[in-house]
Design a protein around this ligand. Sequence first.
Ligand code: SAH
Length: 361
Amino acid sequence: MNQLDQSKKSDLLSLSFEELQALVISIGEPKYRAEQIFPQIHRGISPDEMSNLGKKTKEALASVSFFYLPTVRRKLVSALDGTVKYLFSLRDGHSVESVVMRYKHGITICISSQVGCRMGCAFCASTIGGKVRDLAPSEMLGQIIAAERDLGERISGIVMMGIGEPLDNYDNVLKFLRLVGHEKGLNIGYRHISLSTCGLVDKIARLAKEELPITLSISLHASDNETRSAIMPINKKWSVEQLLDACRDYYAVTGRRISFEYTLIAGKNDSPENALHLAKTLNAHLRTKGADSSFPIHVNLIPVNPVTETGFSASDKNAIAKFASVLEKKGIRATVRRRLGSDINASCGQLRRAEEAKETE
Ligand code: SAH
């Protein structure tokens, strides 16, 4: 089957339960087939392998739809903490990264939402080649399903912090979120899902109305507009103030806490003055009027992961500790992100770049 033929067919794993019901009805099958098919495809079983479908049903289904899971192109396992980094191949030969992290309370996967990224953050490897394309809902789900099958273990949490800007692929990401939380599918609780964004203010406002109790993570990285615009081009469109207003509204509507990511880059955004400015700005915008004084502000400090092309280096331990203590003194909880999988370079989009460079050599 070539790709052209497949493009006219429905991507089974991207269909909502209701869309799958409509599809089975359209091929003359009873509606209850959807009940049989949906849970199995969400466990990575292709219709061909389903023992409760007859040959005729399988053929009819194959004539209108396709099922595809990402395949493992590379897999790195950390000898330090068991973190696993996957480079997955997609149907069209592009690849994305996912990272599986082991915590006491369960296994969390960090997934990608796009092939590449167009946000242009100065420190980030994923954006260097620009955006290639958006991922379909099936390709986001597929990263989880393929990892579960490879590991033989269940995944209980998701962070959307891999390659891509999830809110720049809004409709597919929303469909993915509804699928992954579906009781007949993977059924992962929304409280165990975080979505990280560089700050697409209009989309944050839209997300607030979706009634999805996920955790929002904001990649802030600087609190003054000059510094933030220099390292994050999105800040030229929406300023720090607009972003924080959107965060305040998000909390007011959802009641869900927001965490702020702050990547520390030596000499750029890591001085005690930067920390004080950050604390004052967060307090001023989020904890202004009486009712807001309880706004739970949590800052995650992350030493920048050096990317060859960017020339940035990480702040030293003392600078990080000082930064955290300035925040704490102003009533802001700060934690320094524990680096999992540091021996396999788990936390950046460099594996995809390295592999794709090999191919074009
Ligand atoms: N586009 C989304 C999600 C992907 S990036 C976002 O911007 O939030 C996930 C997180 O990794 C973001 O906080 C991002 O700023 C951070 N990040 C990217 N490159 C990094 C690097 N080299 N070192 C440390 N953190 C980095």
